[in-house]
Design a protein around this ligand. Structure first.
Ligand SMILES: [Zn+2]
Length: 451
């Protein structure tokens, strides 16, 4: 059993058609369930003058109005007033079946809640198992979780998922400080760590001072990045891999809900984004952020992410549009693992328009990173005035890679111009600067600079 590559090959290897038919079957059931158990969803259907029985195809489903984070918060507030609890309007399961509430990290405004029944928790556990199993974790492996362990979705749900697949979790958290993390590495000999990439970099820097030896000697073979965008950045990944003695670096996402993905271990150009592992429980749609019209999911497509939980009891989100822009790849990946891949490339309101072409700063970063290590990946998009409209050419300040001479930079630039034309349909002006001259910000990637 340990030899198999996937946790749940029956589902993870489903053909596109099989998956679609499973999704449609679950969607019809879910829509009826939501309608009958939640006033919030019933109102949505009524406002669009549709009944659950009208939804017989994915196209029919586009008639269901989108749900926004603002509506989610509003429904929580109204529920508090009317029912004395935050989920009376949205939750579909009776209260005695709801056994866990998770929350987004909620940096701005009222946190939005996920309500889960035991059935939903089992789904979340399954998704964590699929991710770590793909990465090569097996029962008997010890994983140190050095993320915040509070109710934030990467905390408790992640620990439970690790136990579910039979690996051993050491939920040390970060609340006790960096020394405590090192102490528990010494005590429990983990082979893997889950942390933010910036904490990983901090560990590399601090290890000689705190424990008197480099982080490369800690014996960590896996580093799972979470909670920050840096895990998708090839430069950050290389730094972590080098600092932890050649550890495999994975980026992953998904906490106490149904949208989960894990990257491949290599930052190479053909390994783009994260593999979507939860298609059987999360229907993903893309829409145009302006017109809200559906965008076809095909290789290279991008648009605002809309998701619907399938086979979900507690708080099943339906056509939830969070304003995140995804880029999607459907072609098979060089790593050999199945599943579409996605990358969150920004927020709907980051969009730039250059001669009628919509471009996201995150997509520009992806395109630049395609040329790593001939570029470092650090860049700034320079705007003369705030977007979204940009007078061409779009200016991109970027660093060439270590050791590149003028001739090599010229050749690189002509490859890049071609790549940008083909993939993003824009013709930017590249402004080259030395490696290391653009400030690094791991927590929040600042990509745009307005003069
Ligand atoms: Zn892959």
């Amino acid at each position: 059993m340990k030899d198999r590559k996937l946790w749940n090959p029956r589902v993870e290897l489903m053909s596109e058609d099989e998956m679609k038919s499973l999704q449609l079957k679950r969607l019809k059931k879910q829509v009826a369930y939501n309608y009958h158990h939640s006033e919030f969803y019933r109102k949505k259907f009524d406002s669009a003058r549709i009944k659950p029985s009208d939804i017989q195809s994915f196209e029919d489903f586009h008639q269901v109005p989108l749900m926004t984070k603002g509506e989610h918060r509003q429904a929580q507030e109204e529920s508090l007033e009317r029912f004395g609890n935050p989920y009376g309007l949205l939750a579909c399961a009776p209260r005695e079946k709801i056994v866990r509430i998770n929350s987004t990290s909620g940096t701005t405004g009222m946190p939005t809640l996920y309500t889960l029944t035991k059935h939903d928790i089992a789904i979340v556990n399954e998704m964590h198992a699929r991710k770590y199993w793909r990465a090569g974790i097996r029962p008997g492996d010890v994983m140190l979780q050095a993320l915040s362990l509070s109710m934030f979705t990467g905390g408790l749900p992640l620990s439970e998922g690790i136990q579910h697949m039979g690996a051993c979790v050491v939920p040390v958290g970060i609340e006790g400080g960096t020394r405590r993390v090192f102490d528990f590495i010494h005590l429990t000999s983990p082979v893997a760590i889950i942390a933010t990439p910036s904490f990983g970099e901090y560990m590399i820097e601090q290890a000689p001072k705190i424990i008197g030896r480099p982080a490369s000697e800690l014996g960590l073979r896996w580093f799972f990045c979470a909670a920050e965008p840096g895990g998708g950045d090839p430069e950050v990944r290389k730094k972590l891999s080098d600092g932890f003695g050649g550890a495999m670096i994975f980026d992953h996402t998904g906490g106490g809900h149904a949208f989960h993905g894990i990257s491949c271990s290599q930052p190479a150009e053909e390994h783009k984004g994260m593999h979507f592992v939860s298609e059987d429980h999360c229907l993903l749609e893309l829409i145009d952020p302006k017109t809200k019209e559906p965008v076809k999911i095909e290789d290279g497509a991008s648009g605002e992410m809309v998701f619907t939980f399938l086979d979900w009891e507690g708080g099943p989100f339906m056509r939830y549009a969070l304003g995140d822009i995804l880029e999607i790849w459907t072609k098979s990946c060089a790593c050999g693992m199945p599943g579409k891949r996605f990358k969150i490339v920004g927020r709907a309101d980051d969009m730039l328009i250059i001669k009628g072409v919509n471009v996201y700063p995150g997509a520009i970063k992806n395109a630049v990173e395609h040329f790593f290590p001939n570029v470092t990946g650090a860049l700034r998009i320079i705007l003369d005035k705030p977007g979204p409209s940009v007078t061409p050419p779009l200016k991109i300040r970027l660093e060439y890679g270590e050791g590149l001479d003028r001739a090599k930079i010229r050749a690189l630039e002509s490859d890049m111009v071609k790549y940008f034309k083909e993939n993003l349909r824009i013709n930017p002006k590249f402004i080259w600067v030395e490696p290391g001259s653009i400030p690094r910000e791991t927590k929040k990637a600042k990509l745009v600079e307005v003069k």
